[in-house]
Write a protein that binds this ligand. Structure first.
Ligand SMILES: [Ca+2]
Ligand SMILES: [Ca+2]
Length: 457
């Protein structure tokens, strides 16, 4: 009897400790730009679930990735270290090969080492390594791309390959993102006996841009609105910036081939349809959370690893230092977080220190280079002296504040945009003497370290 009482006491103590630590539902979206309702990136997109989540917590309306491409963006978020410090700049540089990240503990591993049940599905890390030691339960299920483009591409863009887009003949239930959302919903019914960190990597709207047909029905080609562009937008770009758009000319999804094959509106429709399907999948998870015993003690984090161009600056996809590539949805909601929209310039790199603070995790061995968002989660308009830094390859950087975007390439080329007047980044002010002081200030804020490239796999 005494033993039984002792066991009951220990269990009670353990569960009350567990109740003190919040769970985390960590939703990572792949290649989603600001085309969600609450960020007003496209007037036709309908994302009621994500918009509803934004109302429940803090919507970061000026949030930016640290690299405009999957792997370095995710490595930076999951280690809390800048690309320019780790040397992880591109797709084929897994973080465990970076000598500068040798001692780093990733975010899931840090939760695992500190009493959390850590589980996930889909794309969290980029690349071929799943890092099973970081998790209690992880599978990349649903990550396999549909291979329709190999059989018969849906779009008529020449040689489109994996960058194909359009509706496909596949049952909705067979889409990996929905399968993973349903898996997560089932996990949320469980009691793990300790707090959990549940990560779900949503694959769309990454290419191929395939979604169930009913999502395309909402966006007939004749009704699609194209993004705002200016015909002479490239005229004021320096050579390094032009090289970025020229790089795209060598890929099948480029401005010329999309326009000449008459597919611009189809591509926009596909991106809208895929994003609305993503919203549907997020809804499956949030509904399950709201109906679960964890509803009141779970922090929800929703983010995307970088943005996407659909013809702005004659550019497609990612890999630029402009707003379309760097701006991402970022929302945090849950216990201890107020409701509001923050205009402050923040980065995905700020998530590691933020979650560490919210969940009382100790400091990891690596120096976290982001800043905890806690002040903004309590007051979205609190003071925030930091700029958001994005890096594309070695020593190509951009800094974003509330008003400005400053870009400096490795060869010294610069761009400056005033978002107070020019949210499309059409007028490059870098050569205008009126802004010499602004340029000088930004130059002093660039990273002092530009680590050499980390080894490739
Ligand atoms: Ca991505
Ligand atoms: Ca321009």
């Amino acid at each position: 009897m005494r033993i039984l009482i002792a066991i009951v006491c220990v269990c009670f103590a353990a569960s009350s400790w567990a109740a003190a630590k919040p769970n985390v539902l960590f939703i990572a979206i792949d290649d989603l730009n600001d085309w969600v309702g609450c960020l007003k990136g496209h007037s036709q997109v309908r994302t009621p679930v994500i918009d509803g989540l934004a109302k429940r917590g803090v919507l970061f309306a000026n949030a930016h990735c640290q690299a405009p491409i999957c792997n370095p963006s995710r490595v930076s978020l999951l280690t809390g270290v800048r690309p320019s410090t780790s040397g992880v700049y591109d797709l084929d540089q897994p973080h465990h090969l970076s000598p500068l990240l040798k001692k780093a503990v990733t975010l899931p591993a840090q939760f695992k080492a500190n009493g959390y049940h850590v589980l996930g599905r889909g794309k969290i890390y980029h690349g071929r390594y799943d890092y099973p030691e970081d998790w209690h339960d992880f599978k990349r299920t649903g990550d396999a791309r549909n291979k329709q483009f190999r059989v018969k591409p849906v779009s008529s863009v020449p040689r489109i390959g994996v960058r194909d887009f359009g509706p496909i003949d596949l049952e909705e239930e067979q889409f990996g993102d929905l399968m993973n959302a349903r898996w997560a919903a089932a996990q949320l019914k469980q009691d793990f006996g300790k707090p959990f960190f549940l990560a779900v990597g949503v694959r769309l709207p990454h290419v191929p841009l395939y979604a169930p047909k009913r999502f395309f029905a909402r966006h007939p080609e004749t009704k699609v609105r194209l993004p705002a562009v200016r015909a002479d937008d490239l005229k004021d770009l320096p050579p390094a910036a032009l090289a970025i758009t020229r790089y795209m000319y060598d890929t099948p999804l480029n401005h010329k081939s999309v326009i000449e094959s008459g597919n611009w509106k189809n591509a926009v429709a596909a991106y809208l349809a895929c994003t609305e399907f993503v919203d549907h999948c997020v809804g499956v998870m949030l509904k399950a959370l709201d109906e679960s015993a964890h509803a009141k003690n779970t922090i929800i984090v929703l983010w995307s690893d970088h943005g996407w161009h659909l013809g702005e600056k004659e550019h497609w996809a990612k890999r630029s230092l402009w707003e379309e590539s760097t701006r991402v949805p970022l929302i945090l909601a849950g216990p201890g977080i107020v409701q509001g929209t923050s205009p402050r310039a923040v980065g995905l790199i700020d998530l590691y220190p933020t979650l560490a603070e919210l969940c009382s995790l100790p400091k990891p061995p690596q120096k976290l280079e982001g800043h905890s968002l806690m002040p903004l989660l309590k007051n979205p308009n609190a003071k925030w002296p930091h700029a958001a830094l994005t890096t594309y390859h070695r020593n190509d950087h951009t800094l974003r504040t509330e008003r400005w975007r400053y870009i400096r390439y490795a060869n010294g080329d610069e761009e400056l945009y005033d978002h107070a007047k020019d949210s499309n980044e059409w007028d490059n002010l870098a050569k205008d003497k009126k802004f010499a002081d602004v340029l000088k200030r930004f130059r002093g804020q660039l990273p002092k370290v530009n680590a050499p490239d980390s080894p490739t796999r």
